[in-house]
Design a protein around this ligand. Structure first.
Ligand code: ZN
Length: 393
């Protein structure tokens, strides 16, 4: 299905712009007309991280006239393996500012708009309202559903992408012409089922593979060329080096874009809707949580307990809390590891940030380890408050 161009052409291109964009202008399907449309376009990138980095750089280079960047985070050393819009000297700076600098360096004709904030239900309409098209580079389900719902309610298209380890997906969601994200994924995955990139890792270059698909789709929509990914899901497997296109139909019973929608405004609390941790885990940690400092005090006082690290072996290789033994969360949840655990000692669980250990704690308590506790903030809290000489990751 081809669609009409999303934006009207700008009045003219300057001599400098004609020189700069000449390799676009000589493509018949783009031409001066298409380039003028890009010049007149206003595109918002949600996130200046893994996907936002290549997306912003190519949108800028392509000559998109106005580029918005919404991002609240600051640049961390562990971002630089994939977030190529930032550099070594940007560590500690707001990502939105660092990204804006790079965009200006790539193309001074781009008008960059910085939204140095987290997108939320209070500001999303006001921010989205300023743009023709949204590129979603977020990495968590709460924001993804917020972006989708706001885009559908405003009648705006957006280009979605997601990445994990060696796998990527991309699509264009535009309720007027096809399905929305909720048609494809009506429910967020259960808490703890889908690890984030921070927990599961991502091959850096995968960001470029998926980010470039997102920009390609953005350009096609803005200029009205080709067949956009509306109603199609692109699935990329870097290990197999395969791209597959899967048909996605609009769900007539979709709660948001279906025939009788039950969602007609933004959901009250997207974090709660997507549940960062399960109800069981939330209940398990009550009165069973210690801080990293308390763990250190317990160790210094020679308290008798077993410290269990529920992360994965690769993470244990990177950094570990002294005295910990590794039993990955999966072995605890499956029950496989329960026989290995002593009955006569208190068990102290920890992971990277405290989410996985909370899930494991719920399983342990259900199995009868009543006095088990977990460490709030996990390894990250240990490195921050007890031993900053250890690496964070
Ligand atoms: Zn829908």
């Amino acid at each position: 299905m081809s669609l009409p161009p999303l934006v009207e052409p700008a009045e003219s291109l300057s001599v400098d712009e004609i020189r700069r964009y000449s390799r676009h202008l000589i493509i018949p399907d783009v031409g001066v007309e298409g380039q003028k449309r890009l010049k007149n376009a206003k595109v918002l990138c949600v996130g200046a991280g893994g996907l936002g980095s290549p997306a912003l750089m190519y949108l800028a280079a392509a000559g998109v006239g106005t580029l918005g960047i919404v991002e609240f985070d600051t640049v961390d050393e562990s971002n630089l393996q994939r977030q190529i819009i930032h550099g070594q000297s940007d560590i500690g700076r707001p990502k939105a500012e660092s990204a804006a600098n790079s965009v200006r360096e790539i193309n001074p004709y781009v008008n960059v708009v910085i939204h140095n904030t987290a997108i939320d239900r209070e500001n999303v309409f006001e921010i989205f309202g300023q743009y023709d098209l949204i590129v979603d580079g977020t990495d968590n389900f709460a924001t993804r559903y917020l972006v989708n719902d706001a885009a559908v309610l405003l009648g705006k298209p957006y280009v979605w992408g997601s990445i994990y380890r060696f796998d990527g997906q991309a699509s264009v969601f535009w309720a007027e012409h096809g399905p929305c994200y909720r048609c494809l994924y009506p429910e967020p995955p259960p808490p703890g089922m889908v690890p984030s990139c921070a927990e599961g890792g991502v091959l850096g270059v995968l960001c470029a593979s998926i980010g470039s698909i997102q920009v390609t789709e953005a350009i096609k929509l803005l200029a009205g060329i080709g067949e956009p990914l509306v109603g199609s899901l692109m699935v990329y497997d870097a290990l197999e080096m395969s791209y597959r296109k899967i048909r996605v139909r609009k769900d007539p019973s979709c709660v948001l874009c279906g025939e009788n929608p039950s969602i007609t405004e933004l959901v009250e609390d997207y974090e709660a809707f997507c549940g960062a941790v399960s109800v069981e885990a939330q209940e398990a940690v009550v009165d069973a949580t210690i801080t990293a400092r308390e763990l250190k005090e317990w160790q210094d006082a020679d308290k008798d307990f077993l410290l269990v690290d529920v992360r994965e072996p690769a993470e244990f290789e990177i950094v570990r809390i002294p005295g910990s033994v590794l039993i990955p969360k999966g072995e605890i949840l499956s029950g496989e590891a329960l026989a290995k655990l002593p009955q006569d000692k208190q068990i102290v669980l920890h992971c990277k940030s405290g989410v996985r250990s909370a899930e494991a704690l719920a399983a342990l308590k259900a199995a009868g380890f009543k006095d088990a506790v977990h460490v709030q903030g996990g390894v990250l809290a240990w490195v921050k408050t007890v031993d900053p000489s250890l690496p964070s990751y």
